[in-house]
Design a protein around this ligand. Structure first.
Ligand code: UD1
Length: 381
């Protein structure tokens, strides 16, 4: 038996990435266990527990229960609480995914203790250092020993930052593994609406419904920016009923800024954060999706559903170049024109990028298990 792989999750977008990896590792070998550690960055039933259930993730072996805080406090708390667990488990490597604060915090603790770090979803860059995730991406990649990428643009980014290409491997997108495995079990939109006491008929009205998600500080923390976006969304609801599973940060800001009246319409349905299978059902049948999430840009590309990204940049350029995503920023006229175009033409269907085929976790598991067994963590095979 070799030392286990310590897999870290912290926030909602991590769960769908780690679930297929844990499954794939146990399919490849009985000789290396995966241990699951949750930092507790996300903790609400709606942000956490219902997603764990939907993805059939095992109960975490460890939970650091850090909760919310400033970036410094949250990151520091994860680091302080992670260290003794790392000492106890003595893993062959720490596997982190994505770009949340927990990703960087655990990678940093491991690297300083000379424990190998494996980063899944490496090399993505928005080139916007005002995003906390961009800082997390750049730093995590610098201290990782093995870097698995979702798209080829990541390789150029990593090379530019001086990372040895021998450490980097293109495997595809594990988030799409979860999507393809779970799509047959997606919960129909009408059922989701009914569960939240909304008329199921809303799903069939007007020109088809739109799904909205917004949570980036740059969109929701400033009153004027948020008010502008709400006005655009309210305008869109004249043609497309909006279904909006709302992130707690966004909900509290809308209330705090007194902006709720902007959303008072039968055609704007505010929902709590949804389970994974509900969200898949909602997105797969949407006429369009409006978002600032990274994961949703990828999921809509895999589903071939037109996506309008309410940001000035994306760290996932392949979703624009090949997929169904369009960057529209925050300017009202640009957003409305893009929606109009979807109404007239049906919008971008795009194509599914290379290796977004449901087998990315298999590629990771095969490579990682060979790397651990053959090199005892001394270098990439
Ligand atoms: C985090 C990630 C972001 C990811 C997002 C997905 C970082 C820097 N950001 O942002 O990359 O896209 O998760 O949701 O790691 N809150 C709750 N319940 C929870 C969790 C949070 O009410 O279970 C509230 C808290 O008031 C908190 C706020 O939401 O202050 C923000 O949570 P936090 O984890 O700090 O960052 P996110 O905005 O969720």
């Amino acid at each position: 038996m070799l030392a286990p792989i310590l897999c870290v999750v912290g926030a909602r977008p991590n769960y769908m990435k780690v679930a297929p990896i844990i499954r794939a590792i146990s399919a490849v070998t009985q000789d290396i266990d995966s241990i699951l550690l949750h930092t507790g960055q996300h903790y609400d039933e709606s942000m956490n527990d219902q997603l764990f259930r939907g993805l059939r993730l095992p109960e975490p072996d460890f939970n650091l229960n850090v909760g919310s805080g400033t970036h410094a406090a949250q990151t520091a708390d994860v680091m302080r609480k992670f260290e003794p667990i790392l000492d106890k488990v003595e893993p062959s490597c720490v596997l982190v995914v994505g770009d949340v604060n927990s990703t960087l915090a655990c990678a940093l603790v491991a690297a300083k203790k000379l424990v190998k770090v494996v980063h899944v979803e490496a090399g993505l860059r928005s080139f916007d250092r005002s995003m906390p995730e961009e800082i997390n991406r750049v730093l995590t990649d610098q201290i990782s020993d093995v870097l698995y990428t979702t798209e080829r643009s990541a390789h150029k980014n990593l090379e530019r930052e001086g990372i040895d290409p021998k450490r980097v491997r293109f495997v595809g997108n594990v988030m799409i593994d979860s999507l393809l495995a779970n799509l047959p079990h997606a919960i129909p939109t009408t059922q989701t609406l009914t569960r939240h006491e909304l008329p199921a008929s809303l799903a069939e009205e007007k020109e088809g419904y739109a799904v909205v998600t917004l949570h980036r500080p740059s969109n929701v923390d400033d009153r004027n920016t948020l008010a502008g976006l709400l006005k655009s969304l309210s305008h869109i609801s004249q043609t497309h009923p909006l279904f909006w599973p709302m992130h707690p940060r966004t909900r509290s800001n809308i209330e705090r800024f007194g902006l709720l009246p902007l959303l008072r319409s039968k055609y704007v349905a505010i929902l709590p954060p949804l389970g994974y299978l509900e969200m898949l059902g909602l997105m797969s049948k949407a006429r369009l999706v409006l978002t600032d999430s990274g994961g949703i840009q990828e999921e809509t590309t895999a589903l071939g559903v037109p996506c309008l990204t309410l940001r000035e940049n994306t760290e996932r350029p392949i979703t624009v170049e090949e997929g169904s995503n369009t960057l529209v920023g925050r300017e009202h006229q640009t957003i409305i024109r893009a929606v109009q175009e979807i109404l007239e033409t049906g919008g971008k269907a795009g194509r599914v990028p290379e290796y977004w085929d449901g087998r990315a976790a298999d590629r990771i598991a095969t490579h990682l298990v060979a790397w651990i067994s053959e090199n005892s963590g001394l270098g990439v095979a």
